[in-house]
Design a protein around this ligand. Sequence first.
Ligand code: NAD
Length: 517
Amino acid sequence: MESVHLPRGEAALDGRLLIGGEWVAGKELAAKLSPVDGKPIAEFCQAAGLGGRREALSRLRRLLVERRGAIVATITRETGKPLVESYFEVVEALECLKFMPARAAKLLRERRVVLKQPTFFLKKVRQVWEPYGVVGLISPWNFPFSIPMGELLQALAAGNTVVFKPSEWTPFTGLLLGRLLTDAGLPPGVVNVVTGDGRTGAALVAAAIDKVAFTGSVPTGLAIGRAAAERGIPASMELGGKDPAIVRADADLATAPEGVLWGAVMNCGQGCSAVERVYVERGIHDAFVERLAAACKRLVVGDGAEPATSVGPLINPAQRAKVCAQIEDAVHRGARVVCGGEAPARLAASGGWFLEPTVLANVDHTMAVMREETFGPVVPVMAYAGEDEAVRLANDCVYGLGASIWTRDLAGAEALARRLRAGNVWVNDVLFSHAAPETTWGGTGLSGHGYTHGDAGLLTYVHPKWISIDGSTAPKDGWYPYGPERREFADAVVELLYGHDLLKRARAIPRALRGMR
Ligand code: NAD
């Protein structure tokens, strides 16, 4: 019979990696040996583990410093926030870079665990942390650089890859973040950036991702939580806030109004942990409001790119309309506008979404401005009498993100801090700890669940895996067959290990030994 002639062709020996649809060269190579003669045929890539990623992250640190001018210009151009506040975002990103990879390397080290139960004593047990896989990261616009950067660094340091969707109000800052990561040498496919609005976000949650990391508003968070639950994937939620500031009678009246004002109006009040409710002890209420208003009037509203600007515009017309509606509602219910409340006349022709920083007095909890997230430059102030009332008012809220206390009595402040429903309580300062990534950020109630920063934040990007090895192949005590002997053994074990009476425990020893396999 004639043999069939097969075309022989050239062997295809391109050893590059295929990642994200691109052919990519690796750094480390390995030889493929021919089984016919044992000689190398060609080299293929030995794809690296987290080591290569760490190198890229240390290059990223250099890039952030070198390109800070372009970064702050992009953030300010997209959000209108003052340049100084854009620098805050770069500093926070750098702090995250310093902390997260190094901390993850320590925290997520695998460890041997010795089991204390006598029957399991000889097993070798290890706990390892495994990344989820692909994380879908959905971010807001208010801190468009530092928030996603913190999440990205945690996700990457824990070994995940990320598909990042920035807010539709800050797409270019999101894309710049992606550019910085690729320029730092992160391998293709490790971080992907997709821009678009909520529909893109919803498509991402429905795609083949293994975890969602969401920061944004409560309604979106609830929708994403439902979609993630349908798919059976975990979703961490960093949601809104309505932070109280409690100003005690012994507060420093020279600095407390300045601190409260900064906490309320920084980033045009568009912070999840902006001060949104101020409770002042009755004795100093009037003096505090007077100083607060004086400090407020000194602020310069305008384009954040101008060096003199202290307060930029709101992000969009809908946000501005919502804030104005809350002011109107408060006034309608009896609040007094101490200062602000209008668009600055000087900027009327700008077409921008500006609003003067606004101090409101005579407010109460029937008003939306004291109940719902405002996310604007509004400082509503209410008097209180006695610490119990301050606690009751501060905790009378569906959110529980942050809180601040202004006082000279530090021991009293610490005791008060323990009574407040919040994830972070600051005394004589506010907000700052988001830039200290060793502290965990997160809240309670409608402010969300799942944490970011700190050890608890890193742990949300991994799941624990336990590997238990029994070196003996002998049958184990709990296995079949059962029967009276096994029952006798089980009974003796309960007495011996957990009984209170020493004599009875001693008597159980021979029964237990007799039954052991
Ligand atoms: P948002 O909820 O409107 O949008 C957040 C992100 O979700 C955006 O990228 C948006 O495109 C996306 N999105 C919208 N609908 C979606 C859907 N159905 N499925 C998937 N993704 C969807 O919030 P925002 O206005 O961008 O941000 C402001 C809110 O974020 C405020 O409530 C603020 O308190 C909160 N926030 C919380 C923290 C925190 O750490 N807790 C930090 C910053 C901001």
